[in-house]
Write a protein that binds this ligand. Sequence first.
Ligand code: ADP
Ligand code: GLC
Length: 469
Amino acid sequence: MTIYHLSTECYPVAKVGGLADVVGALPKYQNKIKGVDSKVVMPWYNKSFIYNHEFDIVFDGFIHQGPNMLQVQVLKEKTNVLGFELFMVKIPGLLDRENPYGYADENFQFIAFQHGVLHWLSAMEIRLDVLHCHDYHTGLVPFMTEHCAEFAFLKGVKTIGTIHNGEYQGNMNWEMAKYIPSFDYYKWGLLDWKGQINPLAAMIKCCNAFTTVSEGYLEELFISFRGLESLVRQEFGKAYGIINGIDTEVWNPETDPMLDFNYNITNALEQKKKNKEKICKEYNLKPELPLFAFIGRFAGEKGADLLPDMVWRSIKQSYGALNIIILGSGDPYIENKLKEYDTTYTNFALDLGYKEQLSHKIYASADFLLMPSRVEPCGLNQMYSMRYGTIPVVRYTGGLKDTVADISTGGAGLNFAFPGVDDMIHAMNRALSLYNQKEIMKDLIHANMSFDFAWEKSAEKYLKLYSNS
Ligand code: ADP
Ligand code: GLC
């Protein structure tokens, strides 16, 4: 079976968040299954990966987008270094940028990517079984393969859509329709949601099946999906929740080259302590106190707006009996408030920015990882932290609900129900009382490190879905 994953991110080529981790790992694990050939197609970015690897040009042609004619090149990484064939689509001016997101003309950028990929596959008459589309950036593909004359060669190819984040749907005005390759106009309703072109809605309507990255999140979409609730209810017959795995080769505390002190389940306690001492020294924190960490985007979905109040209140209420470290960036108001507290409180450290290596070090040295998410379709941080023996303290929602059970129900993490500072601090107080019970902490660290979040099971589920859809 030949599968093409279409995505705007793929670790380690270009990563903004968990989408990259999933697309960088799932195809690799699919390829371990006999008879499967899984590949990735993504936009070309001006990033270090492309300078450190060699590529062959496998396609060079042109597409027409409205009045514009654009050159499209497809480049293939020569050695399959990632465990799968990686193709990157280059379109001068649109798909040769520094970053995946944040450009005013991103509607053009994503339409051009989808058009470019399908043009290449049709023009070269490349045979495949499944186009697996990730998030709204590739959401128009299931419509295009069925209803655009230019891609007649691909008609009937199975399309699977995965929703990693339903908060973003890519809505655009109908004026943009002229940039979509010409389609049967009477099919316009498949693109429309409430008077706009909505790529995520189009994906749900037109694909053979769609998935969410956890079962818990799928249940939530029926009641809260930024206006698409009725659509997901209507199409529930082809909706599936498949939990993400983690790449246990990249995320392995025993071999992770980004850590100062590697460890496994037998020496976790001593080695984690050394990692913690090192990071506490670097950030002027107190290694004898419990270390709570947050890593992520400063966005409402992540509950990041709760962080500033959580910082000062938890430090005051515990009389300075804890350390907190935060790594991330985003909303300027949150950044500024946290910067202010960074200078006020010696128990608090802030590192603004996106720092892959530091994130690994924090997972390895913290005692507790905080995730006060309002919305969390799956969440990978909690799984990485568990693998590194760090106890997750999470809001009970979406994928967090499916992966972290509270110690009161036999699990090895801590849950809280409401995304507010009071509930979060209450959960942190429970964590503080655990911290002083060394035997329990040891058992929890071991229990967390023993969880199996490997991709194999979910990779099999996707294959079944491809076959049965
Ligand atoms: P999302 O994709 O919604 O941001 P996930 O939990 O699925 O959330 O994935 C987040 C990924 O991004 C994880 O690999 C996490 O370690 C990483 N990450 C988030 N923020 C940062 C940061 N500031 N520096 C380094 N890695 C980060
Ligand atoms: C999205 C979600 C996150 C999920 C990730 C990978 O970014 O916000 O919860 O883990 O995609 O599927």
